[in-house]
Design a protein around this ligand. Structure first.
Ligand code: IMP
Ligand code: MG
Length: 182
């Protein structure tokens, strides 16, 4: 285990197993339709590539980038669009793939942004769902794991752009927030 990690919350095996289940569920739900997976950069990338390989349907992939955190560990509440999708969503069945739903503000912004552009349907697949109070209620159709309200890293999730390459989801030692400049 990495020295900066206090506790492994979800192991690589558990991530792989759950991704297979989610892929089967999405395959069954979208049978006969063509899917567009919308990945939210950068945190959702490892999850998206693993999930996509477990979906037995014709599909395409596109990405958008959003900023809501800066380098800290608490959401700024201000959501900014950094990169829009390359292609059109008109008439397509979208599944937004997110790394984590924390306050829900990012997801609410993305959902609105995509629903207004004439897609046939929009659902969300979030790898992690933090158990906490939320000012906004955003539906998340597929949830990988419900986790306590701790700051986690790994498998795509970062602190100040680091730790995305850890193969598991771990709780970052709180003393790290104080020592990494941001
Ligand atoms: P929200 O808008 O508060 O729901 O935040 C969503 C975004 O914040 C996610 O896509 C992540 O990039 C980031 N985020 C939220 N919680 C964590 C965490 O525990 N670790 C790392 N990034 C997080
Ligand atoms: Mg982030």
């Amino acid at each position: 285990m990495h020295d900066d990690i206090e506790q492994i919350l979800i192991s690589a095996d558990e991530l792989a197993h759950r991704t297979v289940e989610l892929g089967e569920q999405i395959t069954n739900d979208y049978r006969g339709r063509e899917l567009l997976l919308v990945g939210v950069l950068k945190g959702a990338v490892p999850f998206l590539v693993d999930l996509a390989r477990q979906i037995q349907l014709p599909l395409t992939i596109d990405f958008m980038a959003i900023s809501s955190y800066g380098a800290g560990t608490a959401s700024s509440g201000v959501v900014r669009l950094l990169k829009d999708l390359d292609g059109s969503v008109s008439g397509k069945h979208l599944v937004i793939v997110e790394d984590i739903v924390d306050s829900g503000l990012t997801l609410q912004y993305i959902r609105r942004h995509l629903e207004l552009r004439g897609s046939a349907s929009v659902r969300v697949c979030g790898l992690l769902w933090k158990e906490r109070e939320r000012a906004v209620e955003v539906p998340c159709d597929y949830v990988g794991f419900r986790i306590p309200d701790r700051f986690v890293v790994g498998y795509g999730l970062d602190y100040a752009e680091r730790y995305r390459n850890l193969p598991y989801i771990g709780v970052l030692r709180p003393e790290i927030y104080a020592t990494v400049p941001h």
